[in-house]
Write a protein that binds this ligand. Structure first.
Ligand SMILES: [Zn+2]
Ligand SMILES: [Zn+2]
Length: 682
């Protein structure tokens, strides 16, 4: 290694416990771990460092990115970064030694696994040319070029050879080399992709960073785990085609995917999770439970809600409308098509046209399908003069909107071309912003809790004062962002601030829910806007008798009813809680002589407001029970001689099994309470 051996003053290393050590410049994180304890040195994977001299903080810049830029260029300007354990330190830093449990360490291990895969690949198929091999959220890939496609057997051989590379426990060693020399080496090997990356991400005269393990060297800025032996559990998972630089006129590359973990247990858990995700796929369950369909003859991305899915939707919408009204919203309805002129005023025609369907020509003018509900609500606001006493005005609509998505990008209920937003627009004075935002956040929390989500993440997107795309005065932005942060702080909701990510017309809060498998879903959003009120000349008469412009807040909580339903199906694996289940109780008379009793039980359950299906077919009892089970019906009641003689029912509970006989009235009380309480349990 040719680190410049700076004979300089000692540097200060601050450890997470606050203690500060003075060490010679050039000391590595490994040295420091080792001086604490050799056991610690063996357990750490990488280190996170932050300069002790303050630098401009850009929270948006994550320490480790999968981008090519992050892989090849010099250290990012970020205040914080991950380094390998053998990286000599030359400045005062706060140092954190990361063990295997740290997500950043896993990402480094996965990227290191990509090097291991490339090592194996070149040992077996030396003619292969390498592209790049980043870590991803679930593993890693390497883009490679080889004329002959890799077969399944090749992938198995690569995986087996990777095990050998891991067993050899080769240290990852950084080599700094003059750029010209590296380019000359790669040119002699016709490594067109490496040459491209070096030329793109480094400058003439640079020393470039290479990493070597055993006989394999790769152009990479690092960091990596200390040695190949640290990647204990991995799998080559799949292969896909990709064009070099995404251009179909270029060479066809092969992208080989894999995943890696620090131990076999985590690897197994990962594949179990993938199976679980597959078993919960809303497209599969939607068919099995007869909830919805997408019909080729009608077009892609357009959803047909079948009776059972329709019933769940009605329940969701009823709850939402009742809640809106209880919280001081007024329900409105606006047309699906409106004149093109309106979309010109709103700016959609100019800024959103690529997501809109083409205009339709009618007698008097051109019309367009609505991609958003906002202009409709604005017209209602504008229809009569408003005074400060009328504000806030909160208009809510379950509005159907149509947006163009490229064919091939649609995905079940999650990505569609027509959907229903639980949309609302609040028109208020600047002084009312804070209380309105607080009410929106309360409402969003209530939605998540009611539909069975315990955890969520909040992101606050703000402006970048230097970026000219953001409209509105500094005052406006500071006032709005201040209100948003005060609300989140007061409610003790942790959040991440993302500067520069706001829409050009105002800051926003996004709420991402966490489902039962730990996956994140972006659904609710609360968004400020001072653009549309200006475009439409909205006004209210203030206390001073003069006209003022109201602030507008767009907010959606389900987001899209279709998408939220898709998430619910996967979250519950189709086993909906009692209040949402399309059929709440299934009746199984043991034989035909119990049919009359079954009919009377059905009547009494229905009179109690429960959704009931009786199986009066001549199937065997067990077949009827199985069918209701496949439909994930919460309760199955079995009705035989004993039950009809004693006005009772024998209860089977979903996922719990047989609970024996209880009086019918007792069961009705229990079932009704579960519905009223929106209980997640049975
Ligand atoms: Zn690397
Ligand atoms: Zn809107």
């Amino acid at each position: 290694m040719h680190y410049p051996c700076k004979v300089s003053n000692p540097i200060k290393i601050q450890l997470p416990d606050g203690s500060v050590r003075e060490v010679p410049a050039g000391t590595t994180p490994f040295d420091i771990a080792n001086s604490i304890s050799p056991r610690l040195a063996a357990a750490v994977v990488v280190a996170r460092i932050r300069p002790l001299t303050p630098v401009a903080v850009n929270e948006n810049e994550s320490a480790l990115e999968a981008s090519e830029e992050a892989m090849y260029s010099g250290p990012a300007s970020s205040s914080e970064r991950i380094v390998g354990l053998s990286q000599p330190l030359h400045e005062n830093v706060a140092l954190e030694l990361l063990k295997e449990s740290d997500p950043a360490a896993l990402r480094v291990a996965r990227h290191s696994a990509a090097h291991i895969m490339a090592t194996a690949l070149l040992e077996l198929f030396p003619e292969t040319k390498l592209g790049h091999g980043p870590a991803t959220d679930s593993g890693f890939f390497y883009d490679v070029y080889r004329e002959v496609p890799f077969t399944e057997a090749d992938l198995a051989a690569i995986e087996a050879r990777m095990a050998e590379v891991v067993a050899r426990d080769e240290p990852f060693v950084q080599i700094l080399e003059p750029r010209d020399q590296a380019l000359a080496d790669y040119k002699s090997d016709a490594e067109f992709m490496k040459i491209h990356f070096i030329e793109r991400f480094t400058k003439p005269g640079d020393e470039i960073s290479l990493y070597r393990n055993g006989n394999f060297t790769d152009f990479c800025r690092g960091p990596h785990v200390p040695s190949t032996g640290r990647v204990k559990a991995f799998k080559v998972t799949s292969i896909a085609g990709a064009y070099w630089l995404g251009d179909e006129n270029n060479q066809q590359l092969q992208r080989i995917y894999g995943t890696a973990f620090f131990n076999a247990k985590d690897l197994d858990a990962h594949f179990k999770q993938l199976e679980e995700i597959k078993a919960r796929d809303h497209r599969v369950l939607g068919k099995q439970l007869d909830l919805f369909s997408i019909q080729e003859v009608a077009g892609a991305g357009l959803i047909f809600w079948h009776p059972k899915g329709g019933l769940i939707r009605k329940t969701m919408e009823d709850w939402m409308r009742d809640e809106c009204i209880r919280r001081g919203y007024q329900m409105v309805f606006t047309p699906h098509i409106m004149r093109r002129e309106l979309w010109k005023i709103s700016g959609h025609e100019e800024n959103y046209a690529e997501n809109m369907y083409p205009p339709m020509e009618l007698d008097d003018a051109e019309y367009r399908l609505k991609p958003m509900n906002c202009p409709g609500h604005i017209l209602i606001y504008k229809n009569s003069p408003k005074s400060y006493r009328d504000l806030p005005q909160r208009y809510a609509e379950l509005g159907n909107v149509y947006r163009y998505e490229r064919s091939g990008t649609m995905h079940g209920l999650l990505r569609v071309r027509g959907f229903t937003q639980d949309d609302a627009h609040i028109f208020c004075t600047p002084e009312q912003i804070e209380s309105e935002v607080e009410a929106c956040i309360d409402f969003a929390e209530s939605v998540l809790k009611t539909f069975g989500f315990e955890k969520f993440l909040v992101e606050l997107s703000t402006w970048d004062p230097k970026d000219k795309k953001f409209i509105g005065s500094t005052d406006k932005w500071e006032n709005a962002v201040g209100s948003l942060t005060r609300v989140l702080d007061r409610k003790k909701i942790p959040y991440r601030t993302i500067p520069g990510e706001a829409a050009f017309y105002g800051p926003k809060i996004d709420i991402k829910l966490v489902d039962v498998l730990g996956r994140l879903w972006q659904l609710s959003t609360v968004q400020f806007d001072w653009n549309l009120p200006a475009r439409f000349d909205l006004e209210y008469v203030g206390e001073d008798g003069a006209p003022h412009q109201p602030v507008m807040v767009h907010r959606a909580l389900f987001g899209s009813v279709e998408r939220f339903f898709g998430v619910l199906i996967e979250h519950y694996a189709g086993a909906f809680p009692m209040w949402l289940a399309p059929v709440q109780v299934g009746l199984v008379p043991i034989s035909e002589k119990h049919h009359d009793y079954a009919k009377s039980v059905q009547q009494r359950l229905e009179a109690a407001g429960l959704r009931v299906e009786a199986d009066l077919s001549n199937q065997k009892m067990n077949a009827k029970i199985r069918d209701f089970g496949l439909q994930k019906v919460p309760f199955i009641l079995i009705l035989g001689d004993k039950e009809s003689a004693s006005d009772s029912v024998s209860v089977r509970v979903r996922a719990k099994g047989d609970e024996g006989s209880v009086p019918l009235d007792t069961f009705i009380d229990r079932a009704k309470k579960l519905v009223v309480d929106h209980s997640m349990e049975l």
